[in-house]
Design a binder for this molecule. Structure first.
Ligand code: FES
Length: 146
């Protein structure tokens, strides 16, 4: 009687270990798959966002001198189109700040792009950083059909 009880307990323990190992492998496998999937998605998103947005040439119709307007790029991102001064060709930049992605604004009185999040400013003609934390300037939009 005593031997039967020991044998039953030993079998149950072996089953538990097998089930525990299976559970561990399942959780570890799921975690690895999630990590790889997240890494893949992040790299894919970075690659997509690293490319400048594209707008149709028809969208480049300039607002009045010193004014800006927001245009939707082909991938949905926002592009700021500005005619800095009368007679100048309009410029178009990705609206996302290259620092942490806040939408930049056009300051007509200072004739520059400004990011309100961490007080950065960008040159109106080139998109280069004038001051603030961004290490690179605004990305110029591609214009399709010019
Ligand atoms: S997000 Fe624009 S300066 Fe930080």
């Amino acid at each position: 009687m005593k031997d039967e009880a020991v044998a039953v307990r030993a079998v149950a323990t072996a089953d538990e270990r097998r089930a525990e190992r299976r559970r561990f492998l399942c959780v570890a496998g799921s975690a690895a798959a999630l990590a790889l999937g997240g890494e893949w998605a992040a790299r894919r998103g970075e690659r997509r966002l690293a490319e400048p947005p594209t707008i149709a040439a028809a969208e480049l119709t300039a607002p009045d001198a010193g004014a800006a307007r927001v245009v939707a790029a082909e991938d949905g991102r926002e592009v700021l189109v500005v005619r800095v001064e009368a007679g100048a060709a309009p410029v178009a930049f990705d609206r996302r700040c290259p620092h942490l992605g806040c939408p930049v604004l056009w300051s007509a009185e200072r004739a520059r792009f400004e990011c309100p999040c961490h007080h950065a400013a960008f040159d109106a003609r080139t998109g280069d950083v004038l001051f603030g934390p961004p290490r690179r300037g605004l990305a110029a939009a591609r214009v399709r059909g010019t």
